[in-house]
Design a protein around this ligand. Structure first.
Ligand code: HEC
Length: 103
């Protein structure tokens, strides 16, 4: 009986650890989300001329623009659709990733 309640406690602990991970995403996970922006915004956010670079941009402004795209407040040809594919927390994490890149 003792063994079973120990196992149960261990499972509860493991579950808490997983939850903690989802609230602060793994940096590798964030990097792979950000890689989805590379086709248009360049590797690590350094775009070719003609596209917006995201590297070294202001995090709060990026978050605001993404949330505005998502809500349809900011006119767009494509970003209004793309931004809908991410939760607000993912957007904050991705913006943090690009803000930390060298321009
Ligand atoms: C298919 C190409 C494409 C992809 C992929 C893409 N974007 Fe964009 N992005 C654009 C275009 C085009 C614009 C200009 C607004 C528009 O027409 O939608 C833009 C604009 C933006 C802007 C506003 C730039 C400014 O300063 O006005 C931000 C921020 C942005 N994108 C972030 C992202 C992020 C973050 C991702 C990845 C999750 C991403 N984009 C993926 C094409 C893309």
């Amino acid at each position: 009986m003792k063994k079973i309640s120990f196992l149960f406690a261990a499972m509860l602990l493991a579950h808490t650890a997983v939850n903690a991970q989802t609230s602060t995403p793994d940096p590798l996970q964030v990097r792979s989300w950000a890689a989805g922006c590379a086709n248009c915004h360049g590797t690590n956010g350094r775009a070719e001329p003609g596209n917006e670079s995201l590297a070294g941009a202001n995090k709060d402004e990026m978050v605001k623009k993404m949330l505005d795209f998502k809500a349809g407040r900011k006119p767009a040809t494509i970003m209004h659709q793309l931004s809908k594919g991410y939760t607000d927390a993912q957007i904050v994490a991705i913006a943090g990733y690009f803000a930390a890149q060298k321009k």
